[in-house]
Design a protein around this ligand. Structure first.
Ligand SMILES: Nc1ncnc2c1ncn2[C@@H]1O[C@H](COP(=O)(O)OP(=O)(O)O)[C@@H](O)[C@H]1O
Ligand SMILES: [Mg+2]
Length: 357
């Protein structure tokens, strides 16, 4: 129990000073405060003990993962009847006899504010870190189920997941209530939600927002106008990963591990010629398939996956016969904006049969 009062319109709670309201949500209200050891903390208040308990238990379970919000205690608030009246006048609809408080670390930077000031390659690096973080959480059997910019904070340039209020720990769940702008509504309406794929869809929306400024809000089909526009401006890889992550059918939706290894994040780094070759092999591997986009979930960058590729790569200087088609292809892959990254890498691609001749 921790006593809460309202004195001179100010919230007074033992052990904390400067308590100020931060955000009033539908389930919880967040306050900032300064703790007795002079640290800024967040106080999450709700009378839904179940919701707070879920958040607390999951924070405990995942406490060794750096990018998961640190929560340190869950307590019942002790509020006298007279205090409740004053609280209701100053902070309507927040406190009740059942109010509980969850205490946690405060993070000063929000996802949107951080991402806004990054260049596109930096945004993609940061987004990949977010994917790796979500994968770490999934590997522990926890699925967030409400991934969106307002539930991601930033600490020392790294993403931090907050708000595990809707998380699940089952591999499949019967019903999910989340219908945020980032959530897959068609999954929600189906009987079985696959939690891993649910999180991936939300992340796909966030990636779309990185490129265009808005979440997509529905699955991206490769032939749609939006998909074609993304391909023209940002390249095939950008179009491919977004449409794979927001694939309507959960079973076909790309996995997190394959998203993490997608070439979009590799070519984003300064490239050596070997990496560049792998990307181009990948591209050719894909374009040889009849269904260019649907087959793309085979993107991986380990050598074994190329065992049945019937193309080899030679440095450009050895022949110039296919220069123009390669240049067009690079534009296809990398789009208008990032082509400069690969200026110094030119390759010619030959079929095996031609090399043998
Ligand atoms: N630890 C924290 N540090 C900084 N801001 C926070 C923290 N926890 C929550 N917030 C802010 O409060 C908002 C609402 O909190 P959240 O836990 O997401 O609850 P809900 O979305 O259920 O209302 C967040 O979007 C964020 O802006
Ligand atoms: Mg939230």
């Amino acid at each position: 129990m921790i006593r809460l009062e309202c004195i001179n319109k100010k919230l007074v709670m033992s052990g904390y000073s400067s308590i100020k309201i931060l955000e009033k949500g539908s389930f919880v209200t967040c306050f900032t405060a300064v703790s007795s050891d002079n640290e800024k903390v967040v106080l999450i208040v709700s009378d839904n003990i179940q919701e707070l308990q879920t958040r607390f238990d999951l924070a405990r379970k995942l406490e060794d993962i750096e990018g998961v919000q640190k929560l340190c205690g869950l307590q019942k608030l002790e509020i006298q009847d007279s205090a409740l009246e004053q609280l209701e006048a100053e902070y309507p609809g927040i406190f009740s006899k059942d109010s509980h408080v969850l205490t946690g670390r405060y993070y000063a930077t929000q996802y949107n504010d951080h991402v806004r000031q990054l260049s596109l390659p930096q945004k993609l690096d940061f987004f990949r870190e977010l994917l790796v973080l979500v994968k770490q959480v999934h590997d522990r059997g926890v699925y967030h189920m409400d991934l969106k910019p307002s539930n991601i904070m930033v600490q020392d340039g790294k993403p931090v997941l907050i708000d595990f209020g809707q998380s699940v720990t089952e591999a499949e769940v019967d019903s999910v209530l989340n219908t945020s702008a980032y959530a897959p509504k068609h999954d929600v309406y189906s009987c079985n939600v696959i939690p891993e794929k649910f999180d991936i869809y939300c992340l796909g929306n966030m990636l779309h927002e990185i490129y265009t400024g808005q979440p997509l809000g529905y699955p991206m089909t490769p032939s749609s106008r939006q998909a074609q526009q993304i391909k023209q401006t940002f390249g095939l890889f950008a179009q491919n990963i977004i449409s794979q992550m927001t694939q309507r059918i959960q079973d076909l939706r790309i996995s997190l591990q394959i998203s993490i290894n997608h070439p979009i994040f590799i070519y984003n780094q300064p490239m050596d010629s070997e990496t560049c070759q792998l990307i181009i092999v990948d591209y050719y591997f894909q374009t040889q398939g009849e269904e260019l986009i649907e087959e793309c979930h085979k993107f991986t960058l380990n050598d074994s996956s190329y065992s049945n590729v019937s193309y080899d790569i030679l440095p450009f200087s050895q022949s110039s016969s296919r220069t123009s088609s390669i240049t067009t292809s690079l534009k296809d892959i990398f789009g208008n904006t990032t082509l400069s990254h690969v200026d110094s890498c030119s390759f010619s691609i030959y079929e095996d049969s031609q090399i043998m001749q």
